[in-house]
Design a protein around this ligand. Structure first.
Ligand code: PNS
Length: 158
């Protein structure tokens, strides 16, 4: 059985991420979405690590596991027998950012990274753009899963 992990900060998870998770789940028998970050550190994120995990659990297929990790990614993959990381690629900018991460992860532990090309519908969506739009009261429906869009709007009301 090939174990795979989709790692990311997911602050918050978008419809683009969700599409990658669903497509990765078709390719791998055992898929975990892994939120990276340390819950004991107060990060500058919109949502805490626990909140991000809860939001993802609310919107992913129950066959997909959701976990978090505060350390080096390869320590998680080695400890859990994960052979493959899965990430979405929207553009050459993503490629430039992802390439050295994939290479260092492989050098450190042998874990491979598989890239899925983002569906054209989601190519322009990012967590940070969605937060920017929502922070000014703009409409993020269709960009984020409904429960996530609701949580983002609520958070900016505070
Ligand atoms: O989608 P993101 O937020 O750009 O994901 C980046 C992420 C979380 C995969 C990366 O920052 C990461 O792997 N963090 C865990 C710490 C780590 O292992 N860093 C060195 C490997 S590049």
């Amino acid at each position: 059985m090939t174990k795979a992990v989709c790692p990311g900060s997911f602050d918050p998870v978008t419809n683009g991420h969700l599409d990658i998770f669903n497509r990765a789940a078709e390719l791998f028998d055992d898929l975990t979405v892994l939120v990276t970050g340390n819950p004991s550190k107060k990060t500058s994120g919109l949502f805490s690590i626990e909140e991000r995990v809860e939001l993802i659990r609310e919107v992913v297929d129950p066959s997909i596991k959701v976990d978090w990790w505060g350390g080096l990614l390869v320590d998680y993959t080695t400890a859990h027998g994960v052979s493959t990381l899965v990430k979405g690629l929207r553009s050459s900018l993503d490629y430039e950012y992802e390439l050295p991460m994939a290479q260092i992860n492989r050098r450190l532990s042998g874990v491979d990274t598989v890239f899925l090309l983002t569906d054209e519908k989601f190519g322009y969506i990012s967590s940070s753009l969605c937060k920017e739009v929502a922070s000014y009261g703009g409409d993020v429906s269709g960009l984020l899963p409904d429960p996530v869009a609701k949580a983002v709007v609520e958070r900016y009301k505070k």
